[in-house]
Design a protein around this ligand. Sequence first.
Ligand SMILES: Cc1ncc(COP(=O)(O)O)c(C=O)c1O
Length: 410
Amino acid sequence: MSAISDWSTLRKDFPILDQEVHGKPLIYFDNAATSQKPRSVIAALTHYYERDNANVHRGIHELSNRATSAFEAARIRSAKFINARSGDEIVFTRGTTEGINLVAAAWGAKNLKAGDVILLTELEHHSNLVPWQMLAQRTGAKIAYVPVTGDEGTLDLSRLDSLLTSQVKLFSMVHISNSMGTVNPVADMCAQARKRGIVTLVDGAQSAGHLPVDVQAIGCDFFAFSGHKICGPTGVGVLYGRQEILDAMPPYQGGGEMILTVGYDKTEFKHAPHRFEAGTPDISGPIGLHAAMDYLDGIGRENIWRHDQELAHYASEKLEALKNIRIFGPKKNRAGLVSFLLKDVHAHDVVTLADQAGVALRGGHHCTQPLMHKLGVESTARASFYFYNNQAEVDRFVDVIREIQKFFGN
Ligand SMILES: Cc1ncc(COP(=O)(O)O)c(C=O)c1O
């Protein structure tokens, strides 16, 4: 994939970015929460609803056939996007959160018992924490954590060997931390678990649309991500599961679409992945996601990754030059986001004032409350970037932060 010489042309694909907010040009730096959508994705959704809308898998008529073909083509496309071996390893979900809940409910209920251990990291998003806590409560399993070392948000992986005990049945880890920007070496982490026969799940919510992902190279059993963070629609996500493990899992929810035959006292289920997709699915979602994946791979995720990282390093260096600021996340190999705190200014005040200047940031615990407590803070302000952002926007953002500091007398 050749390098992109003119990123500003891509920006024109996103109509939403061309607007003013509070009388100032919009600078959208909340991409870790959700990304914007290019025209090609919006067009795919419009085309589907204007031409092909019908229910999938059941009809024999033309529109149903078209809808089914497009829906199943999106499954094959998703497999290619993360280098799964086939579409049978792709389950459509509502997003990362549902993917993890599906594994906790279906795999967890069958495979975990009292005394077993679920290993997580201290960096996890609530989505990769709460479902396991609920499962632990139901089964009597325990949860252990790979510790985070401090403001840099890196894991103490020297502890991994001793934490991967024979009680550990599942190791679930975030690929890129949404609040720190840490990039975890998930292939190494999964390899260590696999040597001991431990099942692995990678939360790819922040990675799938930002860097090339190869689930076979990572060697994980499960990989979950969300469409809306990778230029696709909200309400759709992908759960990758290694074929053998999906085939051995009981269903997640029961209903139409996931069955072969139903009697009054007995049901036979379809094979994976259909067994995990009960009821009428989100049909337009995967179709829009297909267009998003084509769009991103047209740019090249290695190009996107380089651009994200350059912008994040540029932003963190500029912020570091300010006084009275605490910056979180790794100094090297930072993903495309920067979390920070201004001395004596609440993160929500930073975000509110930045919004008045047209800059969309996020302030809060970023669904990583335990991590915030561990770092001794309630919240941070976060700027998160994507390929349609640029250095001029970062310059403006840093000027705005300086103005906020002045406003608070810092
Ligand atoms: C690291 C991480 N995991 C999981 C999620 C949950 O994603 P969703 O809300 O799309 O299910 C997010 C969302 O911000 C995230 O950043």
